[in-house]
Design a protein around this ligand. Structure first.
Ligand code: ADP
Ligand code: MG
Length: 635
């Protein structure tokens, strides 16, 4: 006598089941898609074994899926002749193993409680590796009967009503290879026990499944390998439908790329650019990849070597006859053909994006907004450096809002005649960047500056070093003497009064005094050519990395010390002129010391290096107290 074992679901599975049964009401029909997708996976797996000559049970039976309905008894049965499950597999796969995704899925459910989002929730359930459990959205009881492809494995039966536990038993009788899932519907979901309704659901979600899906002996899906068909025969709607089938996305893709290449390797590929990427857990890069087919056989789901990380948002598949069918998944990685396909495909994708940017800038802007963050990491793809650079987009001082973007090519067109370099400045926001004293000179000269908001932007520009003949430089690295030669833009502001020769000399002395006050905290105190509105700023000793880059390095090293910089002083600023007067009276006046400390710490604060603001604030308050004494009402 076969004995039945009663086993408990893993805790997360229980939580998940509870939510599926009690709070997801819309779009329940997707349980069919999930079960059919599992059946199709199982068929792909057995076909893979068959092509490699594995000794498979029932090797001759057709690879297919069969659906039957009993309208009276409110029962649906889905049978496949796939790879099946043995005793261990059925227990772990359907209940006791905590899938890495289940926790993530639960978290997402708890964060997306409003009903509107249910559509997207049910559309992504399959992505978390918990698709099977969606059957409990409609089932009162589920019976899974399975026979593994391994000849000696006994047939198994698994029964559950989705509440806390399931029963498993070994079957005495011999059954055919594959898996049968019997669903006893609940009263309120009995609408699904209807052949027409089921056909409609299968057509909608599972039309492109690569194996026949039969109902009443009739095949109801369209098996089409779209990627092998000539492009002109395929309608946009068909690509879109295929994309939805492949990704379970409920929106159509932003764009589709279909390629057929003959040399140096032969392959066909379908690459989709999603409108939106669901990357709530930052798993996009890990989860990337394109499905790999050889002669109609799925060799690997989401092969990562076909697509580089910076194109992780691309979905789709590749088929090539140049890969041996019996290749093992381990050796796939070193396979030269895969590498060749990947490099050809990357070029195709870059060309496609370039064309999109040219022909349909609005669509490209949409692409950039959604995928730019990931795409920017392509600066490490040296082989495609030039193509990549053309695709970058930035906000800049020539744009009126933070949403507008420019390409490097457009920037170059707007460059000043005498300007050689392309300039950028990094900051947290447009406001932060625009209040940076380093920008003053550029504003005065009307020289455009790219605004970078993300760490990767600066890495990308640093990595490229040049665009065409132009060096890419942070504004603080600009060579001020060459910029000086570019004449001021438009309106001439009033010039400050020139200093007498004698005062010039005293100004030099004042700078020396300032250096004395700051000591080793700065490398030098010098007159600034770049400032106009501010009294002083800190700059890097020539050629060294930008403060933004430096700060990132420090963060990685948990270092909080301020770097040694050059302090530049604006000779024409009223504060400097006043200090000059004070200095002439008494070079040791303590007001000079306090002002210099204040100027220095304020500059540090702006650059994000000031770790303790107490001294700055105390000094500021003291100065305020003093200066209030000068107010006419007080005097
Ligand atoms: P996923 O399909 O993402 O792995 P599911 O929850 O849909 O997650 O399925 C869990 C696992 O159960 C599958 O990975 C597979 O091992 C097994 N399984 C489910 N249905 C079948 C089936 N029809 N044939 C063979 N194995 C199956
Ligand atoms: Mg599944």
């Amino acid at each position: 006598m076969a004995k039945t074992r009663k086993l408990k679901f893993k805790a997360e599975v229980n939580k998940l089941l509870d939510i599926l049964v009690h709070s997801l009401y819309t779009n329940r029909e997707i349980f069919m898609r999930e079960l059919i997708s599992n059946a199709s996976d199982a068929l792909d797996k057995v076909r893979f074994e068959l092509t490699r000559g594995t000794d498979v049970a029932d090797a001759d039976i057709p690879l297919e899926i069969e659906i039957t309905v009993d309208e009276e008894k409110k029962k649906i049965t889905i049978r496949d002749s796939g790879i099946g499950m043995d005793e261990d597999e059925i227990i772990t796969n359907l209940g006791t193993v905590a899938k890495s995704g289940s926790e993530a899925f639960l978290k997402m459910l708890s964060e997306n409680q409003d009903a509107q989002k249910e559509e997207s929730v049910s559309s992504i359930i399959g992505k978390f590796g918990v698709g099977f459990y969606s059957v409990f959205m409609v089932a009162e009881k589920v019976t899974v009967t399975s026979r593994s492809f391994k000849k000696e494995a006994p047939a198994m039966r698994w029964i559950s009503s989705g509440m806390g536990s399931f029963n498993v038993e070994k079957l005495e009788e011999e059954i055919q290879r594959g898996t049968t899932i019997e669903i006893q519907l609940r009263e309120e979901t009995s609408e699904y026990a209807n052949a027409d309704r089921l056909k409609e659901i299968v057509k909608k979600h599972s039309n492109f499944v690569n194996f026949p899906i039969k109902m009443d002996g009739e095949k109801i899906n369209t098996i089409r390998a779209l990627w092998r068909e000539p492009k002109f025969k395929i309608k946009k709607e068909e690509y879109d439908e295929f994309y939805k089938f492949l990704t379970h996305d409920f929106q159509e893709p932003l764009d589709t790329l279909h390629v057929a290449i003959d040399a140096p390797v032969q392959f066909n590929a379908l690459v989709f650019f999603p409108k939106q990427i669901m990357d709530m857990f930052g798993t996009l890069r890990e989860d990337r990849g394109l499905d790999l087919y050889v002669n109609g056989v799925l060799i690997q789901h989401k092969n990562k070597d076909l697509i580089p990380e910076y194109m992780a948002f691309c979905k789709g598949l590749v088929e090539s006859p140049d890969i041996p069918l019996n290749i093992s998944r381990e050796t796939l990685q070193e396979n030269r053909v895969i590498q060749k396909i990947s490099s050809a495909l990357v070029k195709q994708i870059l060309n496609h994006l370039a064309k999109m940017a040219k022909d349909d800038p609005e669509k490209y802007a949409e692409f950039w907004k959604e995928h730019g963050k990931v795409f920017k990491f392509g600066y490490t793809d040296y082989a495609n450096k030039d193509k990549f650079a053309e695709l970058l987009r930035f906000n800049s001082s020539a744009m009126k809002t933070a949403d507008e973007m420019t390409s490097l090519a457009e920037y170059v067109e707007r460059m000043k005649e005498e300007q050689k370099d392309i300039f950028y400045l990094t900051g947290a926001s447009r406001e932060a960047i625009e209040s940076d004293p380093h920008l003053e000179m550029f504003r005065r000269k009307g020289i455009e500056v790219l605004y970078l908001y993300e760490p990767v932007d600066e890495f990308a520009l640093n990595g490229l070093m040049k665009y065409k003949d132009h060096d890419l430089k942070a504004v603080e690295q600009a060579d001020v003497s060459t910029l000086e030669k570019i004449k001021d833009d438009g309106k001439q502001e009033e010039k400050a009064e020139e200093l007498s020769d004698a005062d010039e000399k005293i100004f030099k002395k004042l700078l020396e005094r300032m250096k004395e006050i700051l000591g080793d905290r700065v490398t030098e105190v010098r007159e600034s050519k770049r400032l106009h509105d501010s009294a002083s700023c800190l700059v890097n000793p020539d050629g060294s990395m930008t403060s933004h880059m430096h700060k990132m390095m420090q963060m990685m090293n948990k270092d909080t010390s301020a770097p040694q910089k050059v302090m530049e002083v604006n000779k024409n600023h009223p504060l400097t002129r006043n200090l000059l007067k004070i200095y002439k009276k008494d070079p040791r006046d303590s007001f000079i010391e306090e002002s210099v400390e204040q100027m220095y710490e304020a500059a540090l604060l702006l650059e994000g290096y000031l770790t303790d603001p107490h001294r700055l604030v105390n000094r500021l308050n003291k100065m305020l107290e003093q200066s209030s004494g000068w107010h006419p009402a007080v005097k």
